[in-house]
Structures are given as structure tokens and as C-alpha cells.
Design a protein. Structure first.
Lengths: 72, 646
């Protein structure tokens, strides 16, 4: 399943790259792309575990940039 | 500028002024601020003043760095900036406490101020580019007036079902794709196609969502749900354009990943090893701190996607939709263009191109139109269109399959058809050799003349093909016509090569053959009108569909969509791709070189922290300005017009 999320207050380009890497390392994520310019994250992951994966992704992103929020 | 940005700007300016005043006083007084107080604790005065400015400008950086440490983000840019600046302060305290003139408070402050200037600028620039894309998003209609039980109700466009009637008032956007059932008006499709001339429409014409109704009210029967409408498809495409990342972007991401740890490691080594060898700890720690100032790869990480974004934005302003930065990157390298003939190189409609003998034009056309009036075949219609007048309706028409038509009235007989028909009736005729379909016309057993009907070349075809050839590209035409007609059209269009007598399914095979034969660096583009060539569009390296407005299949299957039914978009897109890639490479090389130069200069002690921070912020600002150049109005205008300069 593929879904796109808005990223609120994603303020640094390097963080976006770091987030992309962090989310890609989550088990079950097939593809992820964080666009700093569009402030968007597109995640492609296993359907059954999607919510669980997104929770994990949100946690990882918060660690990198605490001000940034994924709008679910 | 948003409120947040304004506040930030005020803070930066205030701190900068305070800092400059402090700096000038410090430098002008003999012995500096510390000397003015004098004594053993004289350094405390400049320390306190600079620290006040430092905290005012950098409290948020300090706070983020602190949070970063708690979360285990040691290589966070905020953290590294804090180490560099606090380190500078520590060195200054150390020299001050040991009785020398303290040096370095100003540097610590300056680094943080310029760091914030850089951040502010980045924020502002990305905000601006984002807004230019949201301007494009203006095509999204907010409401639809649907007529239910005779009353117009205003609803969300998503609630309208296909088949319902909506009314569109002048000045409003057409919310959904449909067909006009009542009224006539002109439509402004500029937001969709970049075309500035309004289009006249009347009853029975199709209207596309996202265009603006200019003159008078219309009633439209909705054909597609909002989700399937052109405007949703386009918005979806533009929003997702940033998702497909180019090789250049991937390179930068990889580079950034290793850059920061490498610089930090180098800084550590630089502080420890020469420091231990020479014993001059202060000097080497200072040089290491200068390293940390340039440890953030931000200039690169932000300017490259920003450039692609600007390129895609510039193209969309001209009615060219590019589905991702990877396609823009690839399109710059495109060197083979394969064109479908009908509907792409040609207008896709038949027209009478020659009447012989020309002196009898009126009579031949009148006879042919009379004979062909019963048929709805495109060729018959082209004859009627060429004649353009009422024909005699009282002829009895007999169709002779594979030959033509016989029309009879009161003993007079018109023959219109190919040479077989002429022979069948024993009519002597003058053969016509032109490329296309020939209709011979005879009246009462005597030959009158012939008509040549052919598909017309688009007016811009020769120019565009010529331009592409001049750019060093190979141009190939695919067609189902026989060799002779194909050669004729290929000659007129100016393509370098053509393949004739192809069945529709052969086109895929033909493109696959070309793909297999090409080298690794070659890029093959297929240009089609999106009607029944979706498989070829998908199979080629880059599929370009024309006349995307109203054609979903084309928008979905292709990588670049020319919203306007005009081939000139191809060289325009090529120029935009060229420009974008130039700027991307300029930015990559320029940023890396400046950073490496700063690293080397600070390692050997030529560059201090001042130069490091100026270099780092400066390169980011220049790279971003360079990126924004791609999307500027001037550059868009130039892409539209300029003759290729390469």
C-alpha cells in the first residue's frame, strides 16, 4: 500500500534526507521518499502492518527533528 | 513572508546591529573592551556583552542541540554549530583568563549570526518556490453549482455524479469535465495549457475542468467524477512530481550521509594529533572548530531538489507536465525521438490537398461532394469540407465496395472513386501520383478530374523536427502507411529516418528493437497522441503524450505531457531540461569545491572561522539563488523562444 503524508514544519533539508533513511530501515517498508520542497512523505509498505509501521516512522522522525509532525 | 519569518528577520537584524556596534567598539578601543576595564578580570566585559548577543541569536540552536543530544543525534547540525561557537568562546575565556587579550568572542557570535542568516534565507527561498507551485494549484475548483430538481445547489465538486447538470457562471472555474448542454462562451485554459488565447465553445463541445469560463453562463453535463477529472489528475501528478528522484538527488543524499561524519572525524584528528605533536593546543583546536562550521551539507541538500522543482515548475507554466525530476534529468540526455505519424506529426485529419486540373476546382469538388454526401468516412468529410456549400440532395447514391460511389439522377451519372471504378465504367482518366488517397471524378462517362486527399502535416512539424535534428537528435517516424506515402511525408517533416507499413502492434516491437540497439547513455523518447499508443509510451525511456487535456490515458501512460496540442513543447522542454541540469551540476560542483577549499584553508591555518562561516553561508545563498534562476520569468520566456545554442 502506498500513502502520502504531509509533514508539518519540516525545516531542514538534511533532516528530510535523514528521515528518509531512518524510515527506509524499518522492517516492512518497501519504498519511502521524503520531499523537503513539497513537505511530503510517501511511504509504500505492507498493507497489514501499515499503521504499526507508520507509528514507528513517526517515532523515528520525531527523534531526528522534534518540531516536525507527520499529519496522518 | 509569514509572521514567523518576519519575527525571525527582526531578530537577526537586531542581533546583527548589536553585534556590529560591539565589534566596532571592541576593535577601535586600544586594547579592546577588555582593555577599557583593565585588570585581571577585564575580559569579563566583552564576554558578557558578546554572550548576550550570542544567546539572543542562538537560543533556539542551543535548545535544539540540547534536545538532539538527549535523543542521541550527535551529528546534528545544531549540535555541531554549538560545539564550534562554544569552543570559540572557551578559547577566548582561556586566553583572557591567562592574561592575554581575549580573542574569539566575536567569532563565536558571528558564526551563529551568519548561520541563522543562512537558515532564514533557505526558509524564505523554499517558501517562495512552494508558493509558485501552489499558484499552479489554483486550478483546483472549490465548488460546483449542480442543478438538482430545477434549482442550482452549491456543493463540493467531489459530490457531483457523472450525468448531472452543473451551471458555470462567468468568471468561475469549470469544476468537472463535461459537455456543454446550453449556452456559448469562451474558456481561458491558460492555467492548464499555458495558451493565452481563450477558446470559443458552444453547445456540444467538451469542456475541461480547471479552465475558466470567461464571458457567459454555461450549463454542462458532467462526464466524469471529480476524482477522475482532468484537474485532479494534473494536481496529483504535480504533487507527486518530487517523489521520483533523479540520480543527481540520490548522489547528493549519499554524499551528505558521509560528508558530516567525515568532516567531524577530520576535525577531531586535526585537534588531537598536531596538537599533541606541537603542543600548541589552542591553535589546532581553533582550526578544528573552523572545520565544524562547514560540516553541514545543507547548501547541496537543498539546492539540488530546489533546482529540479524550479525546472518542473517552469515547464508546467508553459503547459508541459513533467512527472518527476528523474525524467527531467533523462530528457536532457534524450537523443532519439520516435514519432507516431498520424495525430502527432500530422494533424490527424484528412484534407483535400490537390485538385487537378486546378482550373476546374469548383466543378470537381461539387461533383465529388454530391457523390460522397452520404458517407461519414473521414475522406468523404474532407471533400465536403473543401467544398463547403450545400450539395444536391436528390441524387440516388450507390456504394460500390472498394471502388467508390455512383450517384444518379434523371439519366445523369456522377462517378467518384478510385481507378478501379473508372475502369469498371470504361472511363479514360489521368493518373494522379501524389501521396495520399486519390478520388477520380467522372460525369456522364467523361473524366472531369481528380482529388488528392491526404493527412496534413502540422504547421510546426518541420520546424520542430529541424530543431531537434540541430540539437543532434535522431528523429524517426513510425507509420502504417505504405513506403511511398511514408517517404513523402518523412521528407516534408525532415525526419532522419522512418519505418513504414507498421501495424499498431508493430510499433511496440519497433521501439523495443531500437531500445535494445541503443547504448547505455542513449535515451529514446516516443512521442504520440496518447490514443491507442499507451503501451509504446510506457515501454520507451520517456513517453511524451500530446494534447493531454482531456485524455486520461495519455496523462497516465506518459512521463511528459504536452498539455497543448503543439509539438513546439518538445524543444521547449528540452531547453528547460538543459538549463536545469546545468544549474544542478553548477551547484553540486561549486558547493563541493568551496567547501573543500575552506577545509583545506582552515587546516593550514589561512582561513579563520570568519572566512569559514562566510564561505559556508555564502555558498548556500548563491546555490539557492542559482536554483531559483531556473524558474524565473525571464528564463521561462527564454526557453519559449530561443533558438538552440548548442
Amino acid at each position: 500500500m502506498k500513502k502520502t503524508f504531509r509533514m508539518q514544519d519540516l525545516d531542514c533539508a538534511n533532516c528530510a534526507a535523514k528521515m528518509e533513511r531512518a524510515v527506509a530501515s524499518i522492517d516492512g517498508v518497501q519504498n519511502v521518499s521524503v520531499s523537503f520542497v513539497m513537505q511530503r512523505m510517501t511511504v509504500e509498505a505492507d498493507e497489514e502492518r501499515f499503521d504499526e509501521i507508520m507509528k514507528e516512522a513517526a517515532k523515528k522522525c520525531r527523534r531526528i527533528e522534534p518540531d516536525c509532525r507527520i499529519v496522518l | 513572508m509569514s509572521r514567523k519569518q518576519k519575527n525571525e528577520l527582526i531578530r537577526i537584524v537586531c542581533c546583527l546591529v548589536a553585534f556590529l556596534v560591539l565589534l566596532v567598539t571592541d576593535k577601535c578601543l586600544s586594547g579592546g573592551l577588555a582593555g577599557a576595564v583593565g585588570g585581571k578580570y577585564g575580559w569579563l566585559l566583552p564576554f558578557a556583552l558578546y554572550l548576550a548577543v550570542y544567546i539572543a541569536i542562538g537560543y533556539d540552536v542551543l535548545w535544539r542541540a540540547f534536545r538532539g543530544i538527549l535523543r542521541g543525534q550527535m551529528l546534528d547540525e545544531n549540535f555541531l554549530m554549538c560545539i564550534a561557537t562554544l569552543g570559540a568562546f572557551a578559547l577566548a575565556i582561556y586566553t583572557g583568563a591567562s592574561g592575554l587579550a581575549p580573542e574569539g568572542f566575536d567569532e563565536g557570535c558571528a558564526v551563529l549570526i551568519f548561520y541563522q542568516v543562512g537558515e532564514f534565507f533557505q526558509d524564505y527561498a523554499t517558501g517562495r518556490s512552494r508558493r509558485s507551485i501552489s499558484a499552479l494549484m489554483d486550478i483546483r475548483p472549490d465548488t460546483a453549482h449542480v442543478v438538482r430538481e430545477g434549482v442550482a445547489v452549491t456543493v463540493d465538486p467531489a459530490e457531483v455524479q457523472p450525468g448531472e447538470i452543473i451551471s458555470v457562471l462567468p468568471g468561475e472555474k469549470v469544476p468537472l469535465d463535461g459537455v456543454v448542454t446550453k449556452g456559448a462562451s469562451s474558456l481561458d485554459t491558460r492555467a492548464l495549457t499555458g495558451e493565452s488565447l481563450p477558446r470559443e465553445i458552444s453547445e456540444g463541445d467538451a469542456v475541461v475542468s480547471g479552465s475558466v469560463n470567461v464571458t457567459s453562463a454555461l450549463e454542462v453535463r458532467v462526464e466524469k467524477a471529480f476524482y477522475d477529472s482532468t484537474v485532479s489528475k494534473i494536481l496529483d501528478l504535480v504533487e507527486n512530481a518530487a517523489e521520483q528522484k533523479s540520480k543527481a538527488e540520490n548522489f547528493i543524499t549519499k554524499f551528505a550521509r558521509w560528508y558530516t561524519p567525515a568532516v567531524v572525524a577530520a576535525a577531531l584528528l586535526l585537534a588531537v594529533i598536531p596538537g599533541a605533536v606541537t603542543g600548541d593546543w589552542q591553535e589546532w583546536v581553533y582550526r578544528a572548530l573552523s572545520f565544524l562550521v562547514v560540516s553541514c551539507p545543507c547548501a547541496l541538500v537543498i539546492s539540488v531538489p530546489l533546482t529540479f522543482f524550479a525546472g518542473i515548475g517552469a515547464a508546467s507554466k508553459l503547459g508541459i507536465l513533467i512527472k518527476g525530476s528523474n525524467y527531467l534529468e533523462k530528457f536532457d540526455k534524450a537523443n532519439t525521438f520516435v514519432f507516431d505519424k498520424t495525430g502527432t506529426l500530422t494533424k490527424g485529419n484528412f484534407a483535400v490537398v490537390k485538385v487537378s486540373p486546378e482550373s476546374d476546382r469548383e466543378r470537381i469538388l461539387a461533383l465529388a461532394a454530391t457523390a460522397e454526401r452520404g458517407s461519414s468516412h473521414p475522406i468523404a468529410r474532407s471533400v465536403a469540407a473543401a467544398y463547403g456549400k450545400e450539395t444536391h440532395a436528390d441524387y440516388t447514391l450507390t456504394n460500390r465496395a472498394g471502388e467508390g460511389v455512383v450517384a444518379e439522377k434523371d439519366g445523369s451519372r456522377i462517378l467518384a472513386g478510385n481507378e478501379k471504378l473508372m475502369r469498371a465504367f470504361g472511363v479514360e482518366f489521368i493518373p494522379e501520383d501524389g501521396a495520399g488517397t486519390v478520388i477520380y471524378v467522372a460525369e456522364n462517362g467523361a473524366f472531369v478530374g481528380s482529388l488528392l486527399v491526404a493527412d496534413e502535416l502540422r504547421s510546426e512539424t518541420a520546424e520542430v523536427v529541424g530543431e531537434l535534428n540541430a540539437m543532434g537528435c535522431r528523429t524517426v517516424m513510425l507509420t502504417g502507411d505504405n513506403e511511398r506515402i511514408a517517404a513523402n511525408i518523412a521528407g516534408k517533416a525532415g525526419v532522419t529516418d522512418f519505418k513504414a507499413s507498421l501495424l499498431p502492434q508493430d510499433k511496440v516491437a519497433e521501439v523495443e528493437k531500437a531500445l535494445a540497439a541503443q547504448g547505455k547513455k542513449d535515451v529514446l523518447c516516443f512521442v504520440g497522441d496518447g490514443i491507442n499508443d499507451a503501451p509504446v509510451l510506457m515501454r520507451s525511456d520517456i513517453g511524451i503524450a500530446m494534447g493531454g487535456v482531456g485524455s486520461d490515458a495519455a496523462i497516465e501512460a506518459s512521463d511528459i505531457v504536452l498539455m497543448r496540442d503543439d509539438l513546439k513543447g518538445i524543444p521547449v522542454a528540452k531547453r528547460i531540461a538543459r538549463k536545469t541540469m546545468c544549474v544542478v551540476y553548477e551547484n553540486i560542483w561549486f558547493s563541493i569545491l568551496v567547501k573543500v577549499a575552506i577545509l583545506i584553508l582552515s587546516a593550514v591555518g589561512i582561513a579563520g572561522m570568519w572566512l569559514a562561516v562566510f564561505g559556508d553561508v555564502g555558498v548556500a545563498v548563491i546555490a539557492i539563488l542559482n536554483a531559483m534562476r531556473v524558474g524565473s520569468r525571464r528564463s521561462v520566456e527564454r526557453a519559449k523562444r530561443a533558438k538552440p545554442a548548442f
